[in-house]
Write a protein that binds this ligand. Sequence first.
Ligand code: GLN
Length: 471
Amino acid sequence: MITVSQTLEAIQDSSAEEVVSQCIDRIEASKFNTFITVAKESVLEVAGETEGHTGPLAGVPIAIKDNISTKGIQTTCASRILGGYVPPYDAHVIERLKAAGAIIVGKLNMDEFAMGTSTETSHYGPTLNPWNTETVPGGSSGGSAATIAAGEVPLALGSDTGGSVRCPASFCGVVGLKPTYGVISRYGLISYANSLEQIGPIASNVADMTLLFNVIAGHDQRDSTSVPGEKDYTKALVDDVKGLTIGVPKEYFGDGLDQAVEKSVWDSVHRLEDLGASWQEVEMPHTKYALAAYYVIAMSEASSNLARFDGMRYGLRLEKDHDWHTTYSEIRAQGFGEEVKRRILLGTYALSAGYMDKYYLKALKVRTLIKQDFERALKSTDVLIAPTMPTPAFKLGEKISDPLTLYMADVNTVPVNLSGVPSVSLPCGFSDGLPIGLQIMGKHFDEKTIIRTAYTFEQNTNFHTKAPEVV
Ligand code: GLN
């Protein structure tokens, strides 16, 4: 894997053009299907322009999940329906990255419209996990985590609606953050379930993830849910957890939890205890309803957000013109994949007259109870620690034909999105050569404490120094 400081040194020793062109070579040689689009044409010129740039990421290559709008670079959400769509504007995070001197090298593979846990629903074929190409990289930001693990680029952006940054970070042995809802502008993020999702930074270590987070966080008036965050998150990169109280929610260690995962997570809690933290068990009794509430809310919002893909304004066109109704249904029939259609149908059903009270409104009430679980648990503690995923990466094809089993893999990540709190996943062990992810959750807007905890853990362990053998 590559770090930002190595990259900055390489730029000093040669040039940003040289570093970016090596990065493009690695991407083109990738065996993991990490990218959908490589921004080859413009990238060297842009790199040349960063000469003398003083931004924190001057000349540093970064890859972007393909649901984040990039001016002049195709953005597909890994869907056939957006094939050939080139956004006329940049997302807020892209504006920020460019201002910091970063170079956008391309767009990353993902589950179609970010709906999935394995990057197998992509129209462009699955991404493979660099640690073992028979396994999935996690999802939906599978391309983002796999490209970091494979050492193709030092930094990537993903998005996390119900775990899509943390799950692939866990399966690929890298670091990924889901910030507090509102800390990063969603302007230019193509919505799946807008009340749940945030863009999140992914990198090979906590310091690089934090540096990237620092660049992209901040208020943006074009997103009405955006709030001003902290001025400088890198101040939280402190190797010290003395006096910190960790809560361990037993509900996150339920049925189906892999033994190696359970052991690694407890070992991590004890490691932090050795370093001066204390821990206690906490109760989060509504966790068992989180999956049901999440999928009702996410699908309901998806059914509404995806109504805009009507074959008129973006992407796929029919060969011949038809009346509006035929065009609309034909484009959607041909353009969306099976999982996206399933969710639009279920979401439309859950919102329909007569059923809305029974499903959608009930799910919103459960959401409040889950948020209260977090508030209660975090009253007597500073952070909560749990497994990110109940198992290491599973095999390609193992769960994709059984949607409910696949949804169940999200059991430990979706409560965080329902409540809006921040959460980071970082490597904490291995099982049969596959990485295990540690999830550290915190109070609303208290990214600093989870960053400090993650950084201290990383500085005192060596899991982040391991990388898959990529020939
Ligand atoms: N796996 C979850 C889903 O399919 C989460 C996806 C995400 O965070 N984008 O909805």
